[in-house]
Design a protein. Structure first.
Length: 84
């Protein structure tokens, strides 16, 4: 299925319904293909949940200053509101 950027704006529900049925939707802008929307596989979904529940990610994952995230945040916030 192809849909324009305007269709995406005004017909979001129909486009999402097509994706739920397993269809691939190509989004066009000014007549040129710009994006592809496809359903999320169950495997990809579980990987996303694992990533979200693992704490820090990206450049923060290996930063030794933030091994204990709760303590790091307490240290950052401590100075703003005085002693606790």
């Amino acid at each position: 299925m192809k849909a324009s950027a305007k269709d995406l704006r005004f017909k979001t529900r129909q486009i999402l319904s097509a994706i739920e049925r397993g269809e691939e939707v190509i989004i066009t802008y000014r007549g040129k293909d710009k994006a592809r929307m496809v359903p999320i596989d169950i495997a990809e979904e579980s990987e996303t949940q694992e990533c979200e529940s693992s704490g820090l990610f990206g450049i923060w994952r290996d930063n030794p200053k933030v091994e204990n995230v709760d303590q790091y945040l307490e240290d950052l916030r401590g100075g703003r509101f005085g002693s606790r």
